[in-house]
Write a protein that binds this ligand. Structure first.
Ligand SMILES: [Zn+2]
Length: 343
């Protein structure tokens, strides 16, 4: 007997607003007896201790649809067997993602699909503390301290002398839609300022050139994966002087922070993702003769063609795993032209 899971989404990538639909293809060369065929949409969040084998698993999604026997026969079909003739059989399914992680729920189909037909609730003990949050994105591998993975599973139960269970699984990927950004976010969360003052003895100017470097996130503290960084970078002249401000280096980096907890033992992992690095530049910022108080803007052409790295997933918090990000900007300016060297 051959079992296949055919998904309607060819690339197996879903958002949390999607429905996972498709069909189970069952091909058999001889007639077979079947009790039930069920499709389960599963998701698990695994937190691991850094460098150790200890882990904690939360079943954040377990939604099951019995696709055979038909729904109208399901209640009376407990313990019955059905014979499928030789050939290819198709069983369509359709399961929608929930709005929130559901590991606080008990799944009546968890261990025994036959029991589910009689609507018997199981009393299996699960980890007792769960978070009611949006489903997290697929992320990580078995080597990481945090892993979230989703799959579609088929469970076929056979009755009688050859009683047993056949299973088939196929991985899918969840990339939840971004939540709308808050327009009410305080300005201090959207903007960072750094004063820059050049010692006149070093710079050889009569008065100390002074700037205020201001970096602003135009959409609040949210970044969208496929779009360039919504940055506004400004140098505000604090004093009157005429030397040019020249941008020499420019780098943007996203720092990923992952916190996990395994049976009350916390673990932490940090990873840096370079978005863009430019060096040995000679970009004059604004008009060198601008008066004090003038704002000199860096051109957004510098970063507008650089979206975030595609492997980044959205920030999330689920049972025992929290992922957040920090944007770091490094800039280096030169004030005034360096004297030309002649040989
Ligand atoms: Zn949980």
């Amino acid at each position: 007997m051959d079992i296949q899971i055919i998904l309607d989404h060819v690339n197996s990538v879903y958002t949390d607003k999607d429905t996972v639909s498709g069909k189970v293809l069952l091909e058999t060369a001889t007639p077979i007896d079947i009790s039930t065929i069920a499709v389960r949409l599963s998701g698990i969040a695994i937190s691991r201790l850094n460098g150790k084998r200890s882990s904690e698993v939360h079943k954040i999604l377990r939604r099951t649809q019995v696709v055979f026997p038909p729904k109208q026969q399901l209640d009376s079909a407990l313990g019955q067997k059905f014979t499928l003739r030789s050939g290819t059989h198709e069983f369509p399914f359709s399961i929608t993602f929930p709005h929130f992680a559901e590991c606080f729920k008990l799944d009546p189909h968890e261990d025994d699909l036959a029991a589910s037909c009689a609507r018997v609730r199981l009393s299996k003990r699960l980890p007792s503390v769960h978070l009611l949050r949006r489903l997290p994105p697929s992320t990580g591998t078995s080597n990481d301290i945090a892993e979230v993975k989703y799959s579609v599973n088929v469970v076929i139960k056979k009755p009688g002398l050859f009683k047993g269970t056949m299973k088939m699984s196929r991985d899918i990927f969840l990339n939840p839609l971004s939540e709308p950004t808050s327009q009410q976010e305080p300005v201090f969360q959207q903007q960072q300022q750094q004063p820059i003052t050049i010692d006149p003895e070093i710079s050889n100017f009569s008065s100390a050139p002074s700037f205020l470097l201001s970096v602003q996130l135009l959409n609040g503290s949210s970044l969208l994966q496929t779009l360039p960084l919504p940055l506004r970078i400004t140098l505000t002249k604090q004093t009157t002087f005429t030397c040019p401000a020249i941008l020499k280096n420019f780098q943007t980096m996203v720092v990923e922070h992952t916190h996990t907890d395994v049976n009350n033992s916390p673990s932490y992992h940090r990873q840096c993702w370079i978005v863009q690095t430019m060096s040995n530049m000679h970009e004059v910022v604004g008009d060198p003769d601008a008066p004090a108080g003038a704002e000199l803007n860096l051109s957004n052409a510098l970063w507008s063609s650089r979206p975030l790295p595609p492997k980044l997933v959205s920030s999330f918090e689920t049972c025992k795993i929290k992922r957040s990000y920090e944007l770091r900007l490094k800039v280096r300016f030169q004030f005034g032209e360096l004297p030309k060297v002649r040989f």
